[in-house]
Design a protein around this ligand. Structure first.
Ligand SMILES: Cc1cc2nc3c(=O)[nH]c(=O)nc-3n(C[C@H](O)[C@H](O)[C@H](O)COP(=O)(O)OP(=O)(O)OC[C@H]3O[C@@H](n4cnc5c(N)ncnc54)[C@H](O)[C@@H]3O)c2cc1C
Ligand SMILES: NC(=O)c1ccc[n+]([C@@H]2O[C@H](COP(=O)([O-])OP(=O)(O)OC[C@H]3O[C@@H](n4cnc5c(N)ncnc54)[C@H](O)[C@@H]3O)[C@@H](O)[C@H]2O)c1
Length: 478
């Protein structure tokens, strides 16, 4: 068996698989090492199965609008949770098969090694009883759901996470979702809509750390109409006959199970990184160049969730490509800075684009607020809850960022991200084509509001005079 490679890639998620694609353009002397099941976090427990569950739950939820439309009998509709979970697993298996078919299935034993890797030093790895030498190493080991050890020790039998949820035969009757980040909010709402009695709890005051206070308020308000959302207190848990009693400040819920979504942390423990002798950040992530992804001067690179930055599929793939390229080239490529975007697939969607509220220079920023209440398309869809906030620079008139909760905001977020990426001004964006009746008209209205504010500020004196002169009504027919 081969022992010496140009590159060893640790982890067969999207980061590792994209690294392989880059590396194999230059050399065939590489090995991909993967511990745990193949098929990627995205396809097995992450983006894909969660969105299947959400889609299913949203479809079932739409029965609540039927009576309004004159469609009777919705009360008789019932959801078979076992079949619903089977459907999630079926589609999950399809996604996993698609990943495997295009990647690891075609790799031979010389290129794919199953097992957990640990460093002996920067150029040597141990996988089981095998020692591997590599000129460069790419760490792409993903992240792991956090479960605080005291809770694991005392309540482990009652804890669900995204790693175990979709393996259940049926859902619990009641659940406390602890942690309302993207996972807690998306899965919490889906479980509620699938018939689980959900209580959502977070020790922070923001839902999913939404920095814009208007959007955060609207998101809390909208979710709270479906199930209790308790924010701002540490949770205390004890066992009771029903399962668990969960306290949050003055409030208490009795639930059958606990769904923990308190964060996912880089999965670096088994790698024995201390043997690299490099400084680690407080989360145990080696200090590395965020653009080249290289760790100090070692021929070792970090990519994807294991790098500890934003956990998103596109970011993992892109970092994998950069790490793969840099592992086999002398002149490094740098990670391009793209307009940040985060989309939560709740109903309605929550999205953040570009500059966040808490990083804006508020003296220089014009802010428009558009509610989805009166938006024609949203009314037609019966989904007119939510608010859109768009930020623009008062001097350059460029769009800086946005935060929103509203129907189909996944698409508005992309339009805005592309406008920001192209450095478009409010005026130029308004020159783009808009159709009717579409959700994008909410954006058009927000931009018109910004345009009005920016033009008023641009020429305050002239407009004031002009305004006074024309204040006298023109005689009809003049
Ligand atoms: C529930 C959920 C929903 C999500 N939804 C979205 C979404 O809607 N949109 C979005 O953009 N992102 C979403 N994400 C995030 C996205 O899935 C991840 O950012 C992405 O999949 C990370 O890819 P990766 O390659 O870094 O890691 P992974 O896909 O986790 O791959 C890491 C691999 O390394 C292996 N490994 C670990 N340690 C070792 C070791 N020592 N030796 C060998 N192998 C090892 C692991 O077993 C695994 O196979 C979601 C995540 C979750 C959990
Ligand atoms: N649609 C998407 O893009 C999507 C969906 C799901 C997950 N993800 C990614 O997966 C990663 C993990 O998501 P996540 O939601 O698990 O993590 P997260 O770190 O984003 O959120 C964790 C939440 O738990 C709270 N929390 C932490 N400890 C707590 C405690 N002891 N008690 C109560 N609340 C506590 C935090 O305040 C925070 O709101 C994120 O980086 C996210 O971007 C993305």
């Amino acid at each position: 068996m081969k022992q010496v490679f140009d590159v060893a890639i640790i982890g067969a998620g999207h980061a590792g698989l994209n690294a392989v694609k880059e590396v194999r353009k230059l050399t065939d002397n590489w090995v991909l090492i993967n511990g745990g099941p193949l098929g990627t976090t995205c396809a097995r427990i992450g983006c894909m199965p969660s969105k299947v569950a959400i889609h299913l739950a949203d479809n079932f939820q739409s029965r609540r609008r039927f009576e309004r439309y004159g469609i009777h009998g919705a009360d008789a509709l019932a959801l078979d949770q076992t079949s619903a979970l089977e459907h999630v697993r079926d589609l999950r298996d399809t996604f996993v098969d698609l990943v495997l078919a295009n990647t690891t299935d075609e790799m031979d034993d010389e290129h794919l090694l199953e097992g957990y890797a640990e460093f002996i030093d920067a150029g040597r790895l141990r996988v089981g009883d095998r020692e591997i030498r590599a000129d460069s190493v790419i760490i792409a080991t993903g992240a792991k759901s956090m479960v605080p050890s005291p809770w694991q020790e005392r309540f482990g039998d009652g804890i669900l996470t995204v790693d175990t949820l979709f393996e259940q035969e049926s859902l619990p009757k009641s659940v406390a979702v602890i942690g309302l980040g993207p996972i807690g909010v998306e899965i919490g709402q889906a479980m509620h809509r699938l018939g689980v009695d959900v209580t959502g709890i977070d020790h922070g005051k923001q839902l999913s750390r939404i920095p814009d206070p208007e959007v955060n308020r609207a998101a809390i308000d909208i979710l709270q109409r479906e199930f209790p959302v308790w924010l701002g207190h540490e949770s205390r848990i004890e066992r009771c006959d029903a399962g668990f009693r969960v306290y949050s400040g003055e409030r208490v819920a009795e639930v059958e199970k606990l769904f923990l979504a308190v964060g996912r942390h880089p999965h670096l423990g088994p790698l024995r990184l201390e043997r690299l002798n490099v400084p680690l950040d407080p989360h145990g992530v080696p200090m590395h160049d965020p653009e080249t992804l290289r760790i100090g001067r070692l021929p070792v690179y970090l990519a994807g969730d294991s790098a500890g930055g934003i956990a998103s599929l596109q970011m993992a793939a892109e970092q994998g490509r950069i790490a793969g390229y840099n592992a086999v080239h002398r002149r490094p490529r740098r990670l391009a800075r793209k307009t940040p975007m985060a989309i939560l697939f709740t109903d309605p969607n929550i999205a953040l684009v570009g500059q966040r509220w808490d990083t804006l220079d508020h003296d220089r920023t014009a802010v428009a607020l558009q509610r989805f209440g009166p938006v024609g398309r949203a009314l037609i869809m019966g989904q007119n809850r939510g608010v859109l906030r768009v930020y623009a620079d008062r001097r350059s008139h460029r769009i800086l960022g946005a935060a929103m909760i509203g129907p189909r905001c996944e698409h508005l977020a992309h339009l805005l991200a592309w406008a920001i990426e192209c450095r478009l001004t409010v005026e130029r964006t308004l020159e783009m084509p808009f159709y009717h009746p579409v959700i994008e008209e909410a954006l058009q209205d927000a931009l018109l509001e910004l345009d009005k504010e920016l033009s008023t500020r641009r020429q305050p004196k002239r407009f004031a005079l002009f305004g006074r002169r024309t204040a006298t009504p023109t005689p009809a027919g003049a």
